[in-house]
Design a protein around this ligand. Structure first.
Ligand code: ADP
Ligand code: MG
Length: 242
């Protein structure tokens, strides 16, 4: 990888689900080393589809996906790089498939060649960082939505990724956990794409907001003008001055 290569680069990518209309249309996108990008767009815009295309969970019908400066031509290429980019699925149930929390978190490190002892140590440490100490032996599918969301986040952090793709990470989180996630993201300081409708979260964790329109990524000037923090009632939520 050249120092100036983006971590993620999409060039002219298009995609349609079988029998469906085109969801992504000639989309160009790049995530560079210092980028922290918020992605805000209405439901059905293709945000989740975009993250899945980036990691090769879906295959573009045309265009190119490049990760760390390398063109991704097939599953083999993605397998090598997928663990370097942590994807938090929109639905935590898609991320968690082991009986207990510790097994779910240790799964990634074990799969990337760590010994059982190393993987368990990393997992315990990660759970601690995320405020989940004591959750090790809990049954994953019995956790609350917010707890599952944080365990899903732990499975990603345990892989020590170089970038993050987070698909609506704050859904179901209480105030305290929400703040903990903001602090964790600040501490990790990784390049990221965060899909969220929570503007207070995005203004704390990202530097730039993009949106999607007609299957492409565009800069939302309107949003940029209206996201600013100051000391009146509307706080960091986007709003208009009239
Ligand atoms: N597995 C699927 N099969 C068929 N259509 C899908 C599938 N997943 C999503 N879609 C459709 O693709 C479009 C984009 O979906 P999605 O990427 O989930 O949007 P967003 O994350 O922005 O809400 C929607 O119209 C949705 O109904
Ligand atoms: Mg989505």
């Amino acid at each position: 990888m050249d120092r100036t290569d983006p971590i993620i680069e999409l060039k002219g990518v298009s995609f349609a689900y079988p029998g469906g209309p085109q969801v992504i249309r000639h989309l160009d996108f790049a995530l560079h080393k210092r980028d922290r990008i918020g992605l805000v767009a209405p439901n059905g815009s293709g945000k989740t589809t975009l993250l899945h295309l980036i990691l090769g969970l879906l295959k573009p019908s045309e265009g190119e996906v490049r990760l760390f400066g390398r063109s991704m031509r097939g599953e083999k290429d993605f397998v090598l790089l997928r663990t370097k980019i942590g994807l938090l699925f929109q639905d935590a149930d898609d991320q968690l498939f082991n009986p207990t929390v510790i097994e779910d978190v240790a799964f990634g490190p074990l799969n990337t060649g760590k010994t059982r002892e190393e993987a368990l140590a990393i997992s315990r440490d990660t759970l601690h960082r995320l405020g989940l100490s004591g959750f090790e032996d809990r049954i994953t599918h019995k956790l609350s939505g917010g707890e599952k969301q944080m365990v899903a986040m732990a499975t990603i952090v345990a892989l020590q990724p170089e970038a993050l793709l987070l698909d609506e990470p704050t859904v179901g989180l209480d105030e305290k956990t929400h703040k903990r996630l903001i602090a964790l993201l600040a501490e990790l300081a990784l390049p990221c794409v965060i899909i969220s409708h929570a503007f207070d979260f995005l203004s704390a964790t990202t530097d730039r907001i993009l949106t999607m329109e007609n299957g492409r990524i565009v800069l939302d000037e309107e949003m940029r003008v209206h996201i600013h923090e100051h000391a009146h009632k509307l706080g960091s939520k986007p709003h208009r001055h009239v």
